[in-house]
Design a protein around this ligand. Structure first.
Ligand SMILES: O=C(O)C(=O)C[C@H](O)C(=O)CO
Ligand SMILES: [Zn+2]
Length: 278
């Protein structure tokens, strides 16, 4: 297992970052490495983003110094989305079969979390998003078909997409973690435009199910100071509360979005008028 700690950036500092610095602070390039758990601990809302990719055997989620607890989930909750082949997550001895695009919410206080792939040839890729927690809720699996589905966008605006809310009040109870995934319809390229910010919550995006030769130009920054990050398949973005998070792909794509912060109100967004974007 590897864990990298990233400091939060003030927007005044981020304005001066060059491409290399922008990528070092906001892009997570490697989440899935065979037989490894790769984690990034961010001081933005103390979220952890990462990936677990069991190929030749099971992987166990261990704690480490930045977490400061005897077990990973002693004071945390965890959202897991499988973006690879079929797999299993075993939580304190209970097995959950997690298929491609299913999500599992794992409760605070779970002491033993293990990851397995069903097939060595098509390994599972478990995307991990964790936030601090103060209460134990129920560990629960949500299949893609069980999530709340919202149809958004128009073909004219090249942003026809299905947004699925998996871990959200009313569906899965959590302390602060909110998580789901959005899939663009073929021929559509834009996500989350018109853009928004929500200073009450940070957000992370994992772009996935992209062909190797496609890219997403992820837009970030304060609305009047936008920047872009060129993102390949299976790479993640840490979006601080002051930043827009939007993107345009060279082809259709999917992304897992996940949030943590002061509220769990999905609709609490400050929309940015087009004329305010720079
Ligand atoms: O397609 C979209 O629009 C999104 O997926 C938006 C994200 O879910 C989001 O930014 C929620 O705050
Ligand atoms: Zn958002």
């Amino acid at each position: 297992m590897s864990i990298t700690v990233r400091q939060a950036s003030h927007p005044d500092a981020a304005r001066a970052y060059d491409t290399t610095q922008l990528r070092a602070h906001f892009l997570v390039e490697t989440l899935f490495k065979a037989d490894s758990i790769e984690l990034t601990y961010s001081h933005v809302d103390r979220i952890i983003v990462g990936g677990a990719m069991p190929v030749n055997g099971p992987l166990k989620l261990e704690t480490s110094k930045p977490i400061g607890q005897a077990t990973f989930l002693a004071r945390r909750e965890l959202g897991i989305c499988n973006v690879g082949g079929a797999g299993r997550v075993i939580c304190d001895g209970e097995t959950f079969n997690v298929h491609h695009r299913d999500m599992l919410y794992v409760a605070m206080g779970t002491t033993d979390v293990r990851f397995e792939s069903q097939s060595h040839d098509e390994p599972a890729k478990f995307y991990l998003f964790s936030t601090p927690a103060h209460a134990r809720h129920r560990t629960i699996l949500v299949r893609e078909a069980e999530a709340n589905a919202l149809e958004l966008g128009t073909q004219e605006q090249a942003n026809t997409r299905t947004l699925r809310q998996y871990i959200i009040p009313g569906r899965v109870q959590s302390c602060q973690l909110v998580m789901g995934l959005t899939t663009l319809k073929p021929g559509n390229t834009w996500n989350t435009m018109p853009s928004h910010v929500h200073d009450r919550r940070c957000e992370a995006y994992l772009y996935f199910d992209m062909k190797p030769d496609t890219r997403v130009f992820h837009l970030m920054g304060e609305p009047q100071e936008t920047r872009h990050l060129v993102v390949a398949n299976d790479q993640a973005i840490i979006s601080p509360p002051w930043s827009i998070h939007s993107g345009c792909g060279t082809a259709a794509y999917s992304f897992v979005w996940a949030m943590g912060g002061d509220n769990q109100d999905f609709t609490d967004m400050d929309m940015i008028p087009m004329e305010a974007l720079r």
